[in-house]
Design a protein around this ligand. Structure first.
Ligand code: ATP
Length: 263
């Protein structure tokens, strides 16, 4: 039986004491890929931030429970969240450049991120980073590691962010619109690399994407969000290929598909 890694139960999330997201329940098992779709402002990123303890000073889970490996993480203090972020839970941001430190090289940031969680030499960190950069189709990994974020293009920084999120082989990877800033060919590479991570290491992935093609390619299960509520939740087959709600049907029709599988 695969372990349930993440579970939200009847969760409400508020900013400045006003609820924006209501009565959310879903779960993610080991090796499962959950897609979250929904129009802009429907609360997709808020769900991910709540699971990672990153709602910021104005945000809070105001009702319900969030469990990670059976532990109620709403009881965690910031140090406990710090301990699981990166190592247990990885994150790929929509805009990696803004998550990177502008005045330090990629190589230094890579080493810092890895050495926070385990004893590792700079050389080991470098060789792991180079191997993953190679898989993500960077031609000149050495140069990338010596570069500052501003010296790289937006697409390159995004792939660096993806590498950082995947490097520690977390049990659960959150990916918030990870490919929207990338060229189509690179998008496919990144998606394949995430799938490989799931297949090789049993990594569970929660992916937010506007692109139903990406969701239909990757996800096992799908949550559909509208104005802070779940309107549909089920298997990919149920949601992408046999949606019940008009809202879901419109979402699926509104965006171009990369490829439809199983349908
Ligand atoms: N820090 C914040 N303070 C106040 N309101 C916020 C904050 N962050 C998000 N919100 C509000 O919460 C709601 C959900 O936002 P969220 O970013 O989760 O939506 P989303 O579905 O991820 O949107 P998008 O697809 O545009 O990224 C929106 O109404 C947004 O304005």
């Amino acid at each position: 039986m695969r372990e349930i890694l993440l579970a939200m139960k009847n969760v409400e999330i508020s900013y400045n004491a006003r609820p924006y997201v209501r009565d959310i329940s879903f779960q993610v098992k080991e090796g499962e890929i959950l897609g979250i779709v929904g129009e802009s402002g429907s609360g997709k990123s808020t769900l991910i931030k709540a699971a990672m303890g990153l709602l910021g000073p104005t945000g809070a889970v105001t009702k319900g429970h969030v469990y990670y490996k059976g532990e109620n993480i709403l009881d965690y203090n910031s140090q406990e969240f710090q301990n699981i972020r990166g190592y247990e839970m990885g994150m790929i941001f929509q805009n990696s450049e803004s998550a990177l430190c502008p005045v330090r090289t990629i190589g230094d940031q890579l080493y810092e991120s890895m050495s926070q969680h385990k004893k590792i030499t700079k050389e080991e960190a470098k060789s792991k980073g180079l191997a993953l950069l190679d898989k993500l189709n960077f031609k000149d990994g050495n140069r990338i590691l010596k570069s500052y974020p501003f010296e790289l293009s937006g697409g390159m920084n995004q792939r660096v962010g993806i590498m950082m999120g995947m490097l520690l082989k977390p049990s659960l990877l959150f990916a918030d619109e990870p490919t929207s800033a990338l060229d189509v060919t690179i998008q496919l590479q990144v998606i394949r690399e995430m799938m490989k991570m799931r297949d090789e290491y049993g990594t569970a992935i929660v992916i937010v994407s506007h692109n139903i093609g990406v969701i239909s390619y990757m996800a096992d299960t799908v949550v559909v969000m509208k104005e802070g509520n779940i309107v549909e939740y089920g298997t990919k087959d149920q949601i992408v290929f046999h949606p019940q709600e008009e809202y879901t049907k419109n979402l699926i029709e509104a965006v171009p598909r990369i490829r439809r599988e199983n349908g």
